[in-house]
Design a protein around this ligand. Structure first.
Ligand code: B4P
Length: 192
């Protein structure tokens, strides 16, 4: 099985690249951001709680996102592999993911970490905010808070995969197609 973690700060291009990778490698795309936004749209209790945190650029509690990923793994036992997009975002989530995959007799193949300068991230997110309707993209203060939360709580997840020799840094600036080609080159090496 090919199980990829697509990693990087907010706006690095995880969602954008996942869509292309899913098509090329026939993987199941699991984006915790998308899953949370569909809970908000459906007006569930979980969605209501998540919206408050997402609107201020904070992370949703680990137990919530781990539970969501656990049910998606159960629902896709015949998948050829997964792209985890925006998950794990904390070390606790990374540990939980290893355990969940172990229960399904599989593991993470590699983490692909998109590297993009802060100013470019801010520009991309504010640009998307003009049309996406996403409240967490609309305001520069919230965008900056998301980058701070990334540095404080999420950047350390890279060390978790480095220790397992699964960390691969990928230049995330350039055109969407250029970044995609770089990601594919790394994935093809891992696939062998
Ligand atoms: P996410 O939905 O994961 O989103 P994201 O960090 O905004 O972005 P992504 O990197 O996917 O950016 P994209 O490709 O779209 O998270 C949203 C919120 O959900 C979090 O803040 C948190 O509250 C909550 N959450 C999610 N997962 C969680 C978890 N595991 N634990 C706790 N809380 C969680 O790209 C952004 C823009 O850049 C797009 O407009 C795109 O067109 C553009 N772009 C992409 N690549 C480009 C390129 N090469 N050049 C120019 N523009 C580019």
């Amino acid at each position: 099985m090919l199980n990829l973690v697509l990693f990087g700060p907010p706006g690095a291009g995880k969602g954008t690249q996942s869509e292309k990778l899913v098509e090329k490698y026939s993987l199941v795309h699991l984006s915790t951001g998308d899953l949370l936004r569909s809970e908000i749209k459906a007006g569930t209790e979980l969605g209501l709680q998540a919206k408050r945190l997402m609107d201020e650029g904070s992370l949703v509690p680990d137990a919530v996102v781990i539970g969501m990923i656990g049910s998606k793994l159960e629902a896709n036992t015949d998948a050829p592999g997964f792209i985890f997009d925006g998950f794990p975002r904390t070390t606790a989530q990374a540990e939980a993911l290893d355990k969940l995959l172990e229960q399904h007799s599989t593991s993470i193949s590699c983490m692909l970490a998109l590297e993009v300068e802060d100013q470019e991230l801010i520009n991309r997110l504010l640009e998307r905010g003009k049309s996406s309707g996403r409240s967490d993209d609309a305001n520069e203060e919230v965008v900056k808070n998301r980058l701070n939360v990334y540095q404080r709580d999420t950047a350390v997840v890279a060390d978790f995969y480095s220790k397992q020799q699964k960390y691969i840094a990928v230049e995330g600036e350039g055109s969407i197609d250029e970044v995609f080609q770089r990601l594919c080159a790394e994935i093809d090496k891992v696939k062998g």
